[in-house]
Design a protein around this ligand. Sequence first.
Ligand code: PRP
Ligand code: MN
Ligand code: MG
Length: 187
Amino acid sequence: MALHSHIQKVLWTQDQISCRVSELASEISDDFRSIQPPPVVVGVATGAFVFLADLVRKIELPVPVDFVRVESYGSGTESNGAPTISFDLKVDIQGRHVILVEDIVDTGNTLSCVTAHLESKGASSVTVCTLLDKPSRRKVNFELLGKIKFYRGFECPDYFVVGYGMDFAEVYRNLPYVGVLKPEHYK
Ligand code: PRP
Ligand code: MN
Ligand code: MG
């Protein structure tokens, strides 16, 4: 069956995402323009790959780009609460500011794991840029820690969303928009 027919509702269209990504990239470019050396942009694979690709092409700074791979959802819709890093950075981030790029921050477990990892590798600061933020499901409260600045694309309602990099059981990452599946496909 065709990919798009699995979608019940589109939450953000390709155009809406593109406009918001431009705004985030220009904020980041302005905020980091005078920082030397420029920040290292680190995407959390797999989910962040589409957002990262669009975002970095709109950032007007000479930034290195790299990935870590972390996952905790496996093939289901619930975090197992224990994200593991299965693929590490190539770029040396010792003494560098890092912009950590995520597709979505849900419980916060992944972000908290990656942030600790980047700090252990000597990052001088970690700033988060996430396309979607789902604060209703947060278990780790970053704002209270007071040390992490967030750039957010959109606040996400409490749905399990797919598309624009985000998957259900590794499928739907290639949808160019963010949406919700028809219930029969969450199986
Ligand atoms: C998803 C998503 C985020 C994380 C957010 O990754 O891409 O990285 O979950 O959830 P959390 O805030 O509750 O930790 P997932 O573990 O599904 O791996 P993937 O990126 O390879 O899909
Ligand atoms: Mn992920
Ligand atoms: Mg996933």
